[in-house]
Design a protein around this ligand. Structure first.
Ligand SMILES: C[S@@+](CC[C@H](N)C(=O)[O-])C[C@H]1O[C@@H](n2cnc3c(N)ncnc32)[C@H](O)[C@@H]1O
Length: 465
């Protein structure tokens, strides 16, 4: 199963050498799955009920019903149009792999119809007591009819599910060796699924790719990250595991639509909540400056949902190209101005132009705090401008990431770490067990914004030594 040849990192380096054999491996991966292993035939007990009694019976027998995802416990009775069948969790037999996880089935084995019935009666009595309020709303005749079910009201029903029924996770677990730890999640950007497989998962990567491709609706491309995200533009090398190498994705987030070439810029679908949270703090009186704007997930919703005048900037020309398109797509061209420059000159330029921005977003966690010194004395000549609320993101490690993040921010702002610095910390997400992305929000302190270079403590210290 899977490839035994040693994996060599780097899509670009290996693709020319071994394209034919990779294609062969990918084709083989699709055929590796024995679909017949996923067929399950389950014979279960069922209660025959008249159409007018189904709701009462459903309520009174609730704990006894068969609950299998995507299948209904109420089915037509093929033998008679006068009644329905309510499927029970007690199954008589399972044909196929019994370890396939089929809902709440209980293998009743040799349980006789009388024993099943006794269990149902007991449940009906218990239900009558536990859900008194709703029971009083039911017609007495219906309650009595369900309480007095007889052996004649019990039937057997066969459920059959096949390969199409199971989700990607079940198919992978059953198709790979027992000791293999399957990926537990993936990230999705429009039609693209991207994975971050561990070294020990790599020999099975094409199988994993083809299963996700087949099982996750709307997927046309599956890639694996082959290097950690890096560089200023936060890009990563990827290997195509299945589908087309089409990276032009469409994404919906917070009521806005974004188009992007995922191979050329940064996007993370897990930040939707964070984008929303920041935008929700604003009103139309605000003006937003996003120094590391990407394709615009802060500036576009701020303009579209809150009518906020926004300035979006990114150093990556591809991000700015798509931010511009997205501004037009979302009909906010009158409110959003875009630029492609370094965050430092972007913000200083806005101050020079007397733009009274009230919020600054700096979502570049691997480097944003190091830009904060730009604010030292930046408003000295423009005291009429409002001092903004800054939302600065950073990565922090250790048991107290918030403390570490505050220290990092205050030490760049003041030139030394300040215990008295007032900032609000929020853990945005855990990047790994030891590393978190943190957002530090703070009102720009006057003693930083109006700092006189002569008063600069770093300079003073240097002069003293
Ligand atoms: C983590 S991404 C965040 C993108 C976007 N704000 C979001 O939330 O999805 C960081 C962005 O900063 C940009 N970037 C990196 N260095 C920069 C710099 N010196 N000046 C401006 N943008 C920069 C990258 O191109 C990237 O788009």
């Amino acid at each position: 199963m899977g490839s035994q040849r040693p994996w060599r990192y780097g899509f670009v380096r290996t693709v020319h050498v071994s394209r034919a054999s990779m294609a062969e491996e990918k084709r083989a991966a699709v055929n590796e799955i024995d679909k017949s292993r996923f067929v399950l035939r389950v014979k279960t007990h069922a209660v025959r009920v008249q159409p007018k009694l189904t709701e009462t019976a459903r309520l009174l027998l609730d704990p006894e019903l068969l609950r299998v995802p995507k299948l209904s416990y109420l089915v037509k009775n093929k033998e008679s149009s006068e009644s329905f069948l309510l499927l029970l969790k007690y199954v008589n037999s399972i044909e196929g792999d019994p370890s396939l996880p089929l809902g709440n089935v209980v293998l009743a084995g040799e349980k006789t119809k009388e024993q099943v019935l006794a269990s149902l009666r007991q449940t009906v009595e218990e239900q009558k007591h536990s859900i008194k309020k709703r029971i009083t709303e039911l017609p007495e005749s219906a309650l009595n009819a369900v309480s007095s079910l007889t052996v004649e009201d019990l039937d057997e029903y066969e459920i059959q599910v096949g390969y199409d029924y199971w989700n990607w996770s079940v198919v992978l677990k059953k198709s790979l060796p027992d000791e293999f730890l399957c990926p537990s999640s993936y990230e999705q950007v429009g039609h693209i699924i991207h994975l971050n497989l561990r070294d020990d998962q790599l020999p099975h990567r094409y199988l994993i790719g083809s299963v996700l491709m087949e099982k996750v609706k709307g997927t046309r491309t599956v890639v694996n990250k082959v290097e950690p995200t890096g560089g200023a533009f936060r890009l990563f090398q990827m290997e195509l595991l299945a589908g087309e190498d089409d990276f032009l994705a469409q994404v919906k987030e917070n009521g806005c639509v974004y188009e992007m070439d995922f191979s050329k810029l940064y996007w993370n679908s897990r930040l939707e909540g964070e984008h929303r949270r920041i935008v929700e703090t604003m009103t139309e009186k605000d003006i937003l400056a996003d120094a590391f704007a990407g394709v615009g997930p802060f500036v576009i919703p701020a303009a579209k949902l809150k009518n906020v005048k926004s300035y979006g900037n990114d150093l990556n020309p591809s991000s700015v190209e798509y931010m511009k398109r997205n501004v037009v797509k979302n009909k906010v061209a009158k409110l959003v101005e875009t630029s492609c420059s370094d965050a430092r000159s972007f913000l200083l330029d806005l101050i020079d132009r007397n733009i009274p921005f009230t919020h600054v977003v700096m979502n570049f966690p691997s480097g944003a705090p190091e830009f904060l010194d730009l604010f030292r004395g930046a408003y000295r000549q423009q005291k009429e401008l409002p001092l903004p609320m800054v939302h600065c993101y950073c990565f922090a490690e250790g048991d107290a990431p918030d403390v570490e993040a505050l220290k990092r921010v205050s030490s760049v702002l003041y030139g030394e770490s300040k215990d008295a610095f007032q900032g609000e910390c929020r853990i945005v997400r855990r990047v790994s067990p030891k590393k978190s992305q943190v957002c530090v929000s703070f009102a720009m302190p006057q003693d930083v914004a109006y700092l006189d270079p002569e008063e600069n403590p770093t300079k003073r210290r240097r002069a003293e030594t």
